[in-house]
Design a protein around this ligand. Structure first.
Ligand SMILES: C[S@@+](CC[C@H](N)C(=O)[O-])C[C@H]1O[C@@H](n2cnc3c(N)ncnc32)[C@H](O)[C@@H]1O
Length: 329
């Protein structure tokens, strides 16, 4: 059984406000005590890995205050109770996730990585298949409103691949709000900052000032609601050949990164690829993957047992982890 990353929530009690002012009196300028802020951020980190510190405190307080006001809940402790064990705890958790996640994305983001998938990884994997041909499975983990998985389908089609036959795309996110936008497939101008006019004309339709993805692309992406820390939900997705998890783990603490990377490793077929955002790395996180140079990008790969590992990065990652854990490399 796959190990879950979800951590039990601390049972420390909520600190009372030192100034004696009721939480509702000063909304929307609600201020959390240090203890309240820590309790809340511990809870969120334990459930979905999102890590908030002092730098994000103002933003978290503001958003939380708005939700508490909107839901007409009298105090922060009442709100935390509702989140942890209220009758609609899951629904409320979904709301807070929608409020706190960063969902920035756009079509053809970090294009060279997507090109590496459709021009190198998929053709290479298909060429190794014997007579029984199966589509290469690609998982966009943390897909936000769908621009990333749809970009893979479009670029695959442009590269002469046939979605459904050569590859399939699964896409997941923890935020129900962005998933419903993805399923609708209607986009604003900001999503097209890296899209050229010809692609836009070919794969999108403009109507009444709205830009809608064409059904020929849309039907090739299966969207599922998944918290990457929830092993039982993740296990519903089958084994993958390629995992794209870009600009997601930057918001996680180290413990969560390690746990999610272990899950990705188990989920990938040996020889499968993991692509992170360009600003993200596995240094100090795990040495389970090897670094592979493709002609247009550097990607992580789950090693094939018995195959020699020659990348110097692996030794570097292992010694970085040992040092971080206070062990001798
Ligand atoms: C900045 S977006 C990245 C979107 C896309 N991958 C890209 O690079 O353009 C990060 C996404 O990760 C999702 N996310 C954050 N924590 C998650 C978790 N524990 N499980 C699943 N998705 C999560 C957020 O909801 C958000 O939509």
């Amino acid at each position: 059984m796959m190990h879950s990353c979800v951590r039990p929530f601390s049972t420390r009690s909520v600190g009372s406000r030192s100034d004696g002012v009721s939480m509702m009196d000063d909304l929307p300028e609600m201020k959390l005590t240090d203890a309240e802020y820590r309790l809340f951020t511990d809870f969120i980190r334990g459930r979905c890995g999102l890590h908030f510190d002092e730098n994000t405190r103002y933003l978290v307080e503001k958003r939380l205050a708005r939700r508490i006001q909107e839901a007409d809940i009298g105090s922060f402790s009442a709100y935390l109770y509702r989140l942890r064990s209220g009758p609609n705890a899951e629904e409320e958790f979904s709301k807070i996730v929608d409020i706190l996640t960063t969902n920035e994305t756009y079509f053809f983001r970090e294009r060279s990585q997507l090109a590496a998938i459709v021009e190198e990884i998929i053709p290479e994997m298909l060429s190794h298949q014997s007579t029984l041909r199966r589509p290469i499975s690609i998982w966009s983990a943390g897909c936000s409103s769908g621009e990333e998985p749809f970009s893979v389908v479009i670029m695959g089609m442009e590269a002469g691949l046939v979605p459904g036959r050569d590859f399939r795309v699964y896409a997941s996110d923890i935020s129900r709000a962005v998933l419903s936008r993805a399923r609708r497939g209607i986009y604003r101008e900001a999503s097209f900052r890296e899209a050229d006019e010809a692609t836009r004309r070919r794969y999108f339709a403009e109507k009444d000032g709205l830009t809608r993805i064409s059904d020929s692309v849309k039907r090739h992406v299966d969207f599922v609601h998944t918290n990457l820390m929830d092993a039982s939900k993740v296990s519903l997705l089958g084994t993958m050949d390629v995992i794209l998890c870009r600009n997601v783990i930057i918001y996680f603490d180290l413990e969560t990164k390690k746990c999610v990377m272990k899950m990705f490793h188990d989920k990938l077929r040996p020889g499968g690829y993991l692509l992170l955002g360009h600003s993200e790395s596995l240094i100090n996180v795990t040495s389970d993957f090897e670094l592979k140079h493709l002609s247009r990008d550097l990607v992580y790969r789950r090693p094939v047992p018995g195959e020699e590992r020659e990348d110097p990065w692996h030794a570097l990652a292992r010694s970085g982890i040992s040092q971080a854990e206070g062990k001798r490399p």
